[in-house]
Design a protein around this ligand. Structure first.
Ligand code: C5P
Length: 405
């Protein structure tokens, strides 16, 4: 199993002779399951053509900040949000200087400024340029702000000199990038996540349900795996691909989800309720297909479903529990009340009156509420949000365990 499966890598290529290695790098990233979008600086295009990198990445190559056609297809802010990681390989001395100076004078520097994803550099340049005090000063700046500086290696250079400044080999860069996704923060912990909708049967061919896509719960499962957890994902019917390395439990109704949750909770450390559980189910499930009642109205009697996360929180007080609260008004007030009502440690509140986030969108923005404070996570991809949430929940779980006598 590769840790780059389904990861979105924005590969920045700047002007240096090592740019020819980008071709092999793209192949390596894709072989590991990553989706790759390439951004080239003007100088990079002197060394290798956008067409080559487009063919290898399978995606259009972006070259200009001010290209109306490219902006219309995928704007630069969208591209910055799309990426899980930005890897600039090769990163030239000039690019490092511009980035260290906070400049946004081309597409690649602008993306590095605009993204919330970690930015990694693989420097490549002549050894004297690398040793130059200005480059070393820029390096020090970048080391404290970027996600990682990979290399450079040392050895014979294209210019005939010998010394530090060689770009690391593509295979090593792929491995370093893959390793950057595993935080190890939840190693040894069992995380249980509910996801997707539930289906409440009415008769053999009909059910009541909702539009939940399951995206947030599945993204949380992937993020928890990245953090090293053992993950049980209890999911209602949805179209999301099964994450690798999870213990997958597929269910239909809320009652089935409750049973599966109580079984999994018996040895869980963290329980996250991301499922959109139907509040009610038909009181009676007909064994026969319900017949149309002439032109008259049909009245269904519904009975409340059990509250899964509240039941887990009550029966297993040692488990760290987090529930979602989707609200259209008074978000924080209702979410705080929900936290107390359900007896959970945290509530992840999201405003579903905003069409651009939530339910079926790829983006979300939430506020995490616990007894002490509110933490706001503004709009980002569900994948990135899931990582940030897992990171926060892992910290809060640790704090809760450390303060429990
Ligand atoms: O009460 P409400 O449906 O707004 O609460 C949402 C949160 O509670 C979500 O985390 C959801 O997974 C969980 N929930 C549950 N069982 C229910 C209803 C909601 O676990 N019956």
């Amino acid at each position: 199993m590769s840790t780059l499966q389904n990861k979105r890598i924005l590969l920045g290529v700047t002007g240096g002779i090592a740019a020819y290695k980008s071709a092999e790098l793209i192949r390596g990233l894709r072989e590991q399951g990553a989706e790759v979008v390439v951004v080239m600086t003007e100088a990079a295009q002197e060394f290798i053509t956008p067409l080559t990198l487009q063919a290898l990445s399978g995606n259009p190559v972006h070259t200009s900040l001010l290209d109306p056609a490219a902006e219309a297809a995928m704007g630069h802010i969208e591209l910055a949000r799309w990426a899980d990681r930005i890897l600039v390989a090769p990163a030239s001395a000039d690019f490092m200087a511009r980035l260290a100076g906070g400049m946004g004078n081309d597409l690649l520097t602008t993306l590095c400024l605009a993204t919330r994803a970690p930015v990694m550099l693989a420097p490549a340049m002549n050894q004297a340029m690398w040793d130059n005090p200005t480059t070393q000063y820029n390096l020090t700046q970048l080391q404290s702000t970027l996600g990682g500086i990979y290399g450079p290696g040392s050895g014979s250079q294209a210019c005939g000199e010998i010394g530090p400044g060689r770009m690391l080999e593509p295979l090593e860069l792929v491995e370093r990038l893959a390793a950057s996704f595993s935080t190890g923060q939840l190693t040894g912990q069992h995380v249980v996540i509910t996801a997707g909708p539930t289906r409440e049967p009415l008769d053999p061919v009909r059910y009541l349900s909702n539009y939940s896509s399951g995206k947030m719960g599945y993204a949380l499962a992937n993020a928890a795996i990245e953090a090293g957890a053992q993950v049980t994902l209890i999911s209602g019917p949805c179209q999301q691909p099964t994450p690798e390395r999870v213990n997958m439990v597929m269910v239909q109704s809320a009652e089935q989800m409750l049973d599966a949750s109580l079984t999994a909770a018996a040895n869980a450390d963290i329980f996250i309720g991301a499922a959109a559980v139907c509040d009610y189910r038909p009181m009676q499930v007909s064994h026969e297909k319900l017949k149309k009642q002439g032109d008259g109205a049909l009245t269904l009697t519904l009975t409340p479903n059990p509250d899964i996360i509240a039941t887990v929180a009550q029966r297993f007080p040692n488990i760290f529990t987090a529930a979602f609260a989707a609200e259209t008004e008074n978000l924080l007030k209702y979410a705080r009340a929900k936290r107390l009502r359900k007896g959970v440690h945290c509530i992840i509140a999201n405003d579903v009156s905003d069409q651009s986030i939530g339910f079926n969108s790829d983006q979300n923005a939430v506020t995490l509420i616990d007894g002490d404070s509110d933490t706001q996570l503004d709009q980002r991809s569900k994948t990135q949000l899931a990582r940030d949430l897992i990171n926060l929940l892992a910290q809060k779980n640790k704090q809760a365990k450390d303060t429990t006598p």
